[in-house]
Write a protein that binds this ligand. Structure first.
Ligand SMILES: Cc1cc2nc3c(=O)[nH]c(=O)nc-3n(C[C@H](O)[C@H](O)[C@H](O)COP(=O)(O)OP(=O)(O)OC[C@H]3O[C@@H](n4cnc5c(N)ncnc54)[C@H](O)[C@@H]3O)c2cc1C
Length: 443
């Protein structure tokens, strides 16, 4: 087993690492001994969280769906199954995940370990709210079942624990019944941040909400956004001919980015032009429309390998959440600093999050802002300044998106990080399970 280049979705930081790809539990058990292990799903976290300090355990071959209860919608599946495969298998039968991140190319284990949130966090909470139990492989080869009734503390730390409590083998999750594969989307135009936040607050009853935010807009237009609300469409809401096959949607054409874009292609001018055009298109198309599930939840998945548009050096995402009371001031400061630096981002997303859960789960009631930037010295410096602003407003950071934060920043922002470290030390698993990220962040 030779070291191979291994990164997350952002392709930064570059690392050489060893990877094992066990086919079953016995092979996995043999690979788990030795220390410095971390489970790896589909590598869709941005940074180095799924790069083991000694060995990454790829879970992709352990990907069977094991049982489904048609009464409760409970699915038992192995950790390496892709969310997209779950949807392909169960949407035709009228079931859809309760919570989904913005890509379906993620594994069940990866979603649970990040306790991913979707566009409905303000209403439904994060993925963990729909996990009934988890089978976790420990460092000594034992498998323990975690749930809200058994091994509660470890259950909580495992949701959002970024693989640092052990390897998730399989889990029981719940799916939601849906009548159709269509979403009723309403797009609202918010000319500035105040209007965007007011719209989010006024639309708390919407099942799904997310805003694309023009992070290069300044002055009176600072924070101008397109807020996209969504509801699962009922059978009686589908026009013909869709009503005849309500759970079938036309398949989208997939495009692939064929090569690494030259880094000069992405600069403040191209991003500004993109943002201006996207804004204008959104304003023209505002209002209600019917959208298929794939386009609504996973617009980026239609472009395979889109991480290559940022060039060979890769890109980073900044994602923090700010408490409700300081959101307006904090977001104003973050957007002002981003626009001032001129380091624009195509993908700038604002979401309203709801109640927090325990463990290391990222969400808290307030607003989360996510911004993508190509890797270069100027963005690294900008991200340090954005960290400071988030810290000054009581914010915290999403480990699934982090590739470069310092341990000091994390521990200052999030006292739970020290408790996770303590728990790991007390349980004697801090050496067994370690990623490049956990070493960098002193977890
Ligand atoms: C385009 C895009 C959009 C996204 N949108 C969202 C979003 O809207 N909301 C959101 O919350 N996140 C979002 N994410 C982040 C993504 O949901 C998480 O990073 C997810 O964890 C990635 O899953 P993965 O299977 O690729 O895991 P990996 O990236 O391989 O691993 C992520 C973490 O999970 C751990 N892990 C993986 N498998 C296991 C296992 N079997 N047992 C224990 N630990 C394991 C790893 O050790 C690592 O710490 C997005 C990512 C992308 C690329």
């Amino acid at each position: 087993m030779h070291p191979e280049p291994l990164t997350g979705w952002g392709r930064f930081p570059p690392r050489f690492a060893r990877v094992a790809s066990p086919r079953d539990e016995a092979e996995l058990r043999a690979s788990v001994a030795g220390g410095g292990r971390i489970a790896r799903g589909n590598g869709r976290s941005y940074g180095d969280s799924s790069v083991g300090s000694a060995l990454s355990l790829s879970m992709r071959r352990m990907n069977r769906m094991l049982a489904f209860d048609t009464e409760s919608g409970q699915l038992v599946a192995e950790a390496g199954v892709l969310l997209g495969d779950v949807i392909d298998a169960f949407l035709p039968r009228g079931w859809f995940p309760y919570v989904t991140p913005g890509t379906k190319f993620v594994t069940l284990g990866g979603i649970i370990a990040a306790d991913a949130h979707g566009k409905n966090h303000h209403r439904d909470g994060s993925f963990g709210a729909f996990v009934d139990w988890i089978d976790l492989l420990r460092e000594d080869g034992r498998v323990v079942r975690l749930s809200r009734d058994d091994n509660t503390e470890l259950f909580d730390w495992t949701l959002g624990g970024m693989g640092l409590t052990g390897v998730i083998l399989r889990a029981a999750i719940r799916l939601r019944p849906v009548e159709t594969g269509w979403i009723r989307q309403r797009t609202l135009v918010a000319p500035n941040l105040d209007a965007a936040l007011s719209s989010f607050e006024a639309e708390q009853d919407a099942t799904y909400s997310v805003a694309w935010i023009d992070c290069l807009a300044k002055g009176p237009s600072l924070g101008r956004s397109l807020l996209m609300l969504g509801e699962h469409a009922g059978l009686d809401e589908l026009p013909e001919p869709f009503g005849q096959a309500p759970l079938k949607v036309p398949s989208r054409k997939k495009r692939r980015v064929p090569f690494d874009a030259p880094s000069a292609a992405l600069n403040r001018y191209s991003v500004k032009l993109f943002n201006a055009l996207y804004w204008r298109k959104g304003v023209r198309g505002a209002g209600a429309q019917l959208v298929d599930w794939d386009s609504y939840f996973y617009p980026l998945d239609a472009v395979l390998g889109w991480n290559r548009i940022y060039g060979r050096k890769g890109f980073m995402q900044f994602q923090c959440v700010l408490p409700l009371e300081s959101s307006r001031a904090g977001l104003t400061a973050l957007l002002t600093e981003t626009a001032r630096a001129g380091q624009g981002s195509f993908l700038a997303v604002l979401k309203r999050l709801g109640a927090a859960r325990g463990g290391m789960s990222f969400p808290m009631p307030g607003y989360t802002l996510a911004l993508d930037f190509p890797v270069n010295r100027r963005t690294l410096a900008l991200l340090d300044r954005l960290d400071e602003i988030a810290l000054a407003h009581g914010g915290r950071f999403y480990l699934a998106k982090d590739a470069r934060m310092t341990a000091q920043t994390l521990h200052h922002a999030d006292p739970r990080a020290a408790r996770l470290r303590e728990m790991r030390r007390d349980a004697g698993i801090d050496r067994a399970f370690a990623s490049a990220q956990s070493e960098r962040l002193l977890l």
